[in-house]
Design a protein around this ligand. Structure first.
Ligand code: GAP
Length: 481
């Protein structure tokens, strides 16, 4: 079982402290969300799992943490200043602002053959074949590009000083490309190798929404893998398979994941081929095709990035294509004595979308002996915000409370444990099930005599008696299993 829709997760997330609407006491801010006590743990666990898989468990990877605000020229030469935009239309009747490519118009094969999909949509708007989804009127303006980068100004310079203009990064990737030579020289790497980075990115999305699925501030986990030209296609395919398997290793059901080959007209200007890992974020939608959306993109970016940021490449007339760069980001292969620009394979995932997919996938309901439906979040133990809850059976018995608190203190250096005595044991178990805590440890009257506790499993509700002296190791083994 998984969540029937995103709304189910929105209410659970707010009630239990995973995700809150941001700026709520001032009326909120559209599509901005704050991660609460459990949400921050879940995000951290997702990022740690990714970093462990991507960096620690490989021999060909380095990490990086580059700035959010970079020299504006980075975004000029990456192509973002010119092309990182969505086609925007306005409804003249109700003043809604919409993305032209999300109006549900599917260009016919003939239109696709004859012209770009974007032109076909513009034509449909001109001919009033397309209407505004909010009011139904067929009175839309022509599409115009809207750049998604957030602009700001650095330093005490006035806002009207154009030289102070900078952007908040819309992807973490460019920070990696501009540091390619630094990482290569300082780490003495040889191809193939990768550079991984996790961090915030910002896009002034025209139509954000669907909870944390599309927001203007979000976090990315990106890796750029540098290979010899000619080896790119095979390595790309290996990363596609490996990324799909990573999501299943987090406990996400393979039936809710699929690979999606981006058609030519969808490809970004730098991409030779891109395959997305999609998750079934919208299971309630009748049409199966509309249930899926992107969780991660795995692109073959060719040699576009290192070439475009390099000072050497020239046009047909011998003029430098990038007169601003001071570095050549080509690679010299000692073995073949050849110099070239490496190709780049890029798996790029969103932290927030991964969090949403693991929450949706883990959601389940179970009926207890009294016939009451209980929510159980069957999170992979690696991702669970809390690994073990220590619960005293009687909170008015100082010896039991003291022993439970001592057990919590003894466990907390090795795993995230909490103590809770704010309800009867049934209620305490139910609360931990609902937030995905895999194991509950109950201290009872008997514990005072036999120095043992009851460990109760979230998914099976089975219980086992364990000696306190063996508890730490026992829990770690159970969490690893
Ligand atoms: N460097 C390539 C790149 O940024 P992308 O497909 O635009 O590629 C990668 O972004 C991932 O970042 C997406 O698969 C998605 O998980 C996440 N992402 C992108 N835009 C987002 C947004 N507005 N809100 C939340 N996550 C987003």
């Amino acid at each position: 079982m998984s969540a029937p829709n995103i709304e189910t997760i929105v209410s659970l997330a707010k009630r239990r402290g995973f995700v809150f609407p941001s700026s709520e006491i001032y009326g909120g801010l559209a599509s901005a969300w704050d991660y609460g006590p459990l949400g921050v743990e879940l995000c951290n666990n997702v990022k740690q799992a990714w970093w462990r898989w991507m960096v620690y468990e490989r021999d060909d990877m380095e990490g990086l943490d580059s700035s959010i605000i970079l020299n504006r020229l980075v975004w000029k030469y990456s192509g973002h200043e010119d092309t990182f935009s969505d086609p925007l239309v306005d409804c003249r009747d109700c003043n809604s602002r919409l993305r032209a490519d999300k109006l549900g118009y599917l260009p016919s094969d003939e239109e696709l053959r004859g012209q770009l999909a974007g032109d076909a949509i513009a034509k449909a708007i001109r001919e009033r074949r397309l209407g505004c989804p909010n009011c139904g009127a067929k009175n839309l303006t022509e599409p115009r590009p809207f750049n998604l980068m957030f602009r700001t100004h650095v330093g005490a310079a006035a806002e009207d000083d154009p030289s102070s203009l900078v952007y908040l990064r819309p992807e973490t990737a460019q920070g990696i490309f501009i540091n390619f030579a630094n990482v290569l020289t300082s780490s003495r790497r040889k191809l193939p190798f990768g550079i991984a980075q996790i961090g915030k990115s910002f896009r002034n999305e025209v139509t954000p929404g669907n909870f944390i699925f599309r927001t203007r501030e979000f976090e990315q986990m990106e890796m750029e893998y540098f290979v010899r030209p000619g080896e790119d296609e095979q390595v790309h395919q290996e990363w596609i398979d490996s990324c799909f398997n990573w999501f299943t290793s987090l406990g996400i059901s393979a039936s809710n994941l699929r690979l999606y080959e981006q058609p030519k007209e969808e490809l970004a200007h730098y991409a030779k081929r891109t395959v997305d890992v999609q998750y079934r974020f919208f299971p309630e939608r009748e049409e199966e095709e509309r249930q899926w959306d992107e969780l991660m993109g795995i692109a073959n970016r060719s040699d576009f990035d290192l070439r475009t940021h390099s000072k050497k490449p020239e046009d047909a007339e011998g003029r430098r294509l990038n007169p601003d760069s001071t570095e050549d980001l080509s690679y010299f292969d000692e073995a073949t004595k050849e110099r070239f620009y490496p190709y780049v394979i890029e798996p790029a995932a969103g932290v927030n979308r991964t969090v949403l997919s693991v929450l949706m996938d883990a959601y389940s309901e179970k009926t207890n002996d009294k016939g009451e439906a209980r929510v159980i979040l069957k999170l992979h133990p690696t991702l669970s915000p809390i690994k073990a809850a220590i619960l005293p059976l009687a909170k008015n018995k100082p010896e039991i409370v003291g022993m439970a608190k001592a057990i919590k203190r003894f466990l907390q250096p090795v795993l995230r444990a909490v103590y809770d005595d704010t309800g009867g044991i049934g209620k305490l178990y139910a609360r931990q099930d609902e937030i995905g805590t895999p194991l509950c440890v109950t201290v009872d009257h008997q514990s005072l005599e036999d120095e043992a506790v009851t460990v109760r499993d979230r998914d099976t509700w089975e219980q086992e008696r364990v000696k306190v002296s063996e508890l730490q190791e026992y829990l770690l083994n159970r969490l690893r299993a």
